[in-house]
Design a binder for this molecule. Structure first.
Ligand SMILES: *Cc1c(COP(=O)(O)O)cnc(C)c1O
Length: 474
């Protein structure tokens, strides 16, 4: 035994971990007051970080310090309580600790044999999530890297189902030479679902889109669109549209699915909207989702676990396995559940641990509180927008997204758009809060999303102060 080498290795490891711990603690402690972003330029970041591949090595603790010091201006306070851009969650203490441990024990959560603990934990997490969201316990599913991959999982199952309806095996034999499979959704279908449809060979531009005034699909328009389609259809429903937080009427979509003569599959993109179902106050928004064929959602948004993490559920697990198992599971004769038979990846990160820890630490009650606090914050901000002259609420805010714009008397459309684009940049540069811009109903607008478990009414006040400051209202 070479004792000397072992003890040096252990000491090096411990120094590196201690350094990571110190950096992490000081970053987390700085979150309440740290600027939401410094908005550095690409040139500034390249100057800070670009260098040639080192020819020789360095001490891991020093490497970590070096990176942190040079990268710091480009580290946003996205896990903090004042980052309202995109749809961004933070990290609960239990989720962070679980994620650290997952890296340390470095389990391959792709198959049972490589980590029975990871596979079984993931099964439990999936069962807890179905329970939390009121989805049928018998559904199959898997953890993914986010809602995009969760959409991919649901849509792959849908493609497999549609191929079977048309008499072929889509994953084994491909789509070429077969009748096209039609996808229908609304004009508000998320970019992520479009990416998946492109990846799957359906074509991003081939989606038949019904109008969605205010963010939720016009059911009559979708019904008439479906009437013109003979074969099987994949309907993509939206539960939580990113600019408005509005929901399609999912029960009506399930009715349309049931009534379609050629057969239909209902996939619901519920990246953050699924969380409405944990609150009795908000659960009406997701009514009917339990009748879907597949549901995609995110964990790194409202579950507040570290990136990257999401989950997909599919009613018919056999269809999903037919698309992904590719015979391997049965060849290996695994003793337990092999996650890789349900997702695109083979080897994968043990995401289940962070989710397990935070669900255990907060429980159903804790998540209901987080979701209700976030929606209360959004409602308070929306009310303030409505009451404040010079600001306009673009849409009622039923959940956690508030879309608004600055308006000035006598200012034309183009100038109002320019004003609002400028305002987004100015609010980001100000650094008190981070918001992002969008186009809503053809107008440039500003949006704030409330997903962080730590955001308080005081943070909402700081958001209001930043908007007032930038708009010259204070
Ligand atoms: C965020 C989001 C996605 C994409 O999720 P990722 O986690 O970024 O892959 C898809 N759909 C909706 C509605 C979203 O809000």
């Amino acid at each position: 035994m070479n004792q000397a080498i072992d003890s040096t290795t252990i000491a090096t490891m411990e120094r590196a971990l201690a350094r990571a711990d110190t950096l992490a603690r000081s970053f987390l402690a700085s979150l309440p007051e740290r600027p939401a972003s410094h908005v550095p330029s690409p040139e500034e970041m390249a100057a800070a970080l670009d260098e040639a591949l080192p020819e020789t090595g360095s001490d891991p603790a020093a490497v970590l310090d070096d990176w942190f010091n040079r990268a710091e201006r480009g580290i946003t306070a996205s896990p903090g309580p004042r980052f309202f851009g995109f749809v961004t969650g933070g990290v609960t203490p239990a989720a962070l600790a679980g994620d650290w441990l997952a890296s340390a024990i470095d389990q391959n959560a792709g198959l049972w044999a490589s980590s029975p603990a990871a596979a079984q934990t993931e099964l439990v997490v999936l069962r807890w999530l179905k329970d939390l969201f009121g989805l049928p316990a018998a559904w199959s599913g898997a953890l993914t890297s986010g809602a995009t991959m969760a959409n991919l999982v649901g849509l792959i199952a849908a493609r497999q189902w549609a191929g079977r309806r048309l008499g072929f095996d889509a994953s084994a034999d491909g789509l070429a030479g077969h009748p096209p499979i039609v996808v229908a959704s609304s004009t508000e279908i998320h970019l992520s679902a479009l990416k998946c449809l492109g990846t799957l060979g359906f074509g991003r531009n081939q989606v038949r889109k019904a109008s969605a005034p205010g963010g939720s699909v016009d059911v009559a328009a979708l019904a008439s669109l479906l009437r013109a389609i003979n074969g099987p259809v994949i309907i993509v429903g939206n539960a939580g549209e990113v600019n408005s937080g509005h929901f399609d009427d999912l029960a009506s979509l399930a009715e349309l699915r049931d009534a379609h003569p050629g057969g239909a599959w209902l996939h619901v993109d519920a990246a953050f909207g699924l969380f409405a179902s944990v609150s009795p106050r908000l659960a009406h928004l997701t009514h009917g989702i339990e009748r879907a064929d597949s549901v995609a959602s995110d964990a790194h948004k409202w579950l507040n676990v570290p990136y990257d993490s999401g989950f997909a559920f599919v009613r018919d697990g056999a269809i999903l396995r037919e698309a992904f198992a590719a015979g391997g599971a049965y060849v290996l004769g695994s003793a337990g559940w092999d996650p890789y038979t349900h997702v695109p990846e083979m080897s994968r990160r043990f995401r289940g641990l962070a989710a397990w820890c935070t669900l255990k630490a907060f429980g159903r009650e804790g998540y209901r509180t987080i979701v209700e606090r976030c929606t209360d914050n959004a409602a308070a901000f929306a009310r303030w927008i409505e009451m404040t002259p010079g600001l306009e609420l673009m849409n009622p805010a039923p959940l956690n997204i508030v879309c608004f714009r600055l308006v000035r008397e006598g200012l034309g459309d183009a100038a109002t758009d320019a004003l609002n684009r400028m305002a987004v940049g100015a609010i980001q540069a100000d650094g008190r809060v981070f918001v992002t811009g969008t186009i809503w109903n053809g107008h440039a607008a500003i949006r704030a999303a409330f997903d962080n478990w730590q955001t308080t009414l005081d943070d909402v006040g700081r958001l209001q102060a930043a908007v007032e400051h930038i708009s010259g209202l204070e």
